[in-house]
Design a protein. Structure first.
Length: 198
């Protein structure tokens, strides 16, 4: 658990201070995963499909996904300013915890960092309607594909698509609710900090 927490802290600080590299790596990994899934789906759908078609589907689908991810995350992170190079990752974690709870702590430096992170979060565009629509459509499409796979007797494939559908459904419900709570607590934290200064 200590190792995983340490790695998580370093990744968060790396994403904050090197957003372009973080976006590039994340886009590449996401694109490769989507490309692999599309390639496997194309092969399973038709055993006679040619490899050039499989490669084309994987490249186009994976490339499109990676490009969308990069554009989306870049627009989200373009207002995030790097933290000082000597920032303690443990302090960043503590500041994020304060921001999530919407409360200030006893340490002034951690409070200042939490207020800064809260301000950055509030400055990011929400695109709530767009993301909700995307997750809703993905959930509906995943449900249709899962039902079709069940009718075809493809147990393994139906479980995979069912898991993907459940993921999109959770992002639509639990994910959006948690994000709304984070924004509310960030606003509450900044308001509390302003009241202390007055």
């Amino acid at each position: 658990m200590v190792v995983s927490r340490y790695v998580l802290e370093r990744l968060q600080l790396y994403a904050q201070n090197s957003p372009k590299r973080h976006v590039a790596v994340g886009g590449a990994i996401g694109g490769l995963l989507v490309a692999a899934i599309l390639a496997l789906s194309a092969v399973r759908r038709s055993e006679s499909v040619s490899w050039p078609v499989v490669v084309a589907v994987a490249v186009i689908g994976g490339g499109t996904w990676a490009a969308v991810m990069v554009v989306f995350v870049v627009r989200l992170q373009r207002r995030m300013k790097p933290l000082p190079s000597d920032t303690d990752p443990a302090r960043v974690r503590a500041a994020r915890r304060l921001m999530r709870n919407g409360e200030l702590g006893p340490d002034p430096e951690t409070n200042a960092l939490a207020v800064r992170l809260a301000g950055q979060l509030q400055s990011l565009p929400r695109w709530k309607k767009l993301t909700s629509t995307v997750f809703l459509l993905a959930t509906a499409l995943g449900a249709l594909v899962t039902v079709q796979e069940i009718r075809d007797g493809e147990v393994g494939t139906s479980i995979f698509y069912g898991a993907c559908t459940l993921f999109f459904l959770l992002m639509l419900t639990v994910g959006q609710a948690r994000l709304d709570r984070r924004y509310r607590n960030a606003a509450k934290l900044r308001q509390t900090a302003e009241q202390r200064l007055t």
